[in-house]
Design a protein around this ligand. Structure first.
Ligand SMILES: C[S@@+](CC[C@H](N)C(=O)[O-])C[C@H]1O[C@@H](n2cnc3c(N)ncnc32)[C@H](O)[C@@H]1O
Ligand code: SF4
Length: 375
């Protein structure tokens, strides 16, 4: 089984914290880009490919005309067929959606929606450059439900400038009342070169202290678990049976095609990505120079693949399942990584039982230190 990731690199406005490959004010390239994406789909996918998930992300897929989303999915279905059991997700920014779009997504067989909210506090939303307020988000959420979508994720962020624990609790309360099936909660990463970094460097905005940020994380976990959301990955919570299949497969080291500018792929033990320059991507595909759009990052050996598997599975709360590891690599991870495991258990960052190797409570706060051992 393989997944498909489609990257739509257009946004109405760049949020101050975001360094994803996405562009505001390049709308004139949308039509050309979609034609190239369709060419890349045709050139990459094979009729024998078994596809279990499709994820349309960005950027903001909902920022472009929904006819383009239909065309992309039709192109994929033309090659690999339609399968009612597939998980097909699209990301929506609440400031870019309308009734027609949600209905078109439904017709195109999309069955999972991911809405970016970040916080319900309008002042905070404005201060991080979001194009919508809470009311607009609520309108978008209702449209999605009215169109018949039952599997809906909401993205929230913690550690935003001037965000208090009380703000976060309010956001959680409001979001839980809407009963989404899935909530992603990302700790703010202050990215190099973003407007947010500049605002903070110039003392225009202030980040919460690190221990407040950690308090927010633990409070979120407590509130969401109390309300029936299972914490299954460091930043992800879901009602039982609604864990994201696409992302879970990535953490299981399953293969996926990444199509579109800057999209990452993992096929036949090779990790590669498409180039990030939108104009060059279009130029190369228009000239059918497909080899020029790819950059190889890693050709895995058995050893690097196994290490990466450890790192990916240690993102999940279940951790590394020893039986699964043995089936995949015909070795016992406890023996292979005895040095790393000894060091990390001494630091109380991971724990090992008969079945699993997983993060401890302290490990959830210092997960980066755990993953580093397996780079
Ligand atoms: C592609 S966006 C989601 C769809 C849409 N573009 C939107 O923003 O509404 C992916 C998500 O990544 C998260 N994100 C982006 N930049 C981040 C950062 N610097 N730190 C933490 N989370 C970030 C946000 O929660 C955002 O909703
Ligand atoms: S968070 Fe979403 S809407 Fe904002 S710039 Fe990033 S991709 Fe675009």
């Amino acid at each position: 089984m393989r997944g498909i990731y489609i990257h739509i690199p257009f946004c109405r406005q760049k949020c101050y914290y975001c360094d994803f490959v996405s562009f505001a004010n390049k709308e004139e390239l949308v039509g050309k880009y979609i034609n190239c994406l369709k060419k890349e789909i045709k050139n990459t996918l094979k009729p024998k490919d078994k596809i279990d998930t499709i994820y349309i992300g960005g950027g903001t897929p909902s920022a472009i005309d929904s006819k383009f989303i239909k065309e992309i999915l039709e192109e994929i279905y033309n090659v690999v067929g339609i399968d009612e059991n597939r998980e097909i997700t699209i990301e929506i920014n609440p400031g870019t959606i309308n009734k027609e779009k949600t209905e078109d997504y439904k017709k195109a067989k999309i069955n999972r929606i991911s809405l970016g909210l970040q916080t319900t506090n309008d002042k905070l939303l404005k201060s991080i450059g979001r194009i919508h307020n809470y009311e607009q988000f609520k309108f978008a959420y209702d449209l999605v439900k009215q169109a018949g979508f039952t599997n809906v994720n909401i993205d929230l962020m913690l550690g935003l400038p001037n965000q208090s624990l009380a703000d976060l609790e309010k956001s959680l309360k409001k979001v839980i009342e809407l009963e989404p099936t899935h909530i992603s909660l990302y700790s703010l990463i202050l990215e190099e070169g973003t407007k947010l970094q500049e605002l903070i460097n110039n003392n225009k905005l202030e980040l919460p202290l690190e221990d407040v940020e950690r308090q927010m994380y633990w409070k979120t976990k407590e509130i969401l678990e109390k309300n029936g959301y299972r914490h299954y990955e460091i930043s992800n919570f879901a009602k039982i049976g609604y864990e994201s299949i696409h992302n879970s497969n990535c953490w299981k080291q399953q293969e996926y095609y990444g199509l579109g500018v800057a999209a990452h792929s993992y096929i036949n033990n090779i990790r590669y990505s498409n180039i990030e320059n939108l104009e060059k991507y279009i130029q190369y595909i228009e000239n059918s120079e497909y080899n020029k759009i790819k950059e190889i990052h890693e050709i895995q050996t058995r050893e690097t693949k196994a290490k990466e598997y450890m790192m990916l599975k240690l993102r999940t709360l279940k951790g590394v399942e020893i039986r699964e590891y043995k089936e995949k690599f015909q070795e016992n991870p406890i023996f292979i990584y005895r040095k790393e495991i000894e060091k990390l258990t001494k630091q109380d960052l991971i724990e090992v039982d008969l079945d699993n190797i997983k993060l401890t409570k302290k490990g959830l706060d210092f997960a980066n230190e755990v993953w580093e051992e397996f780079v």
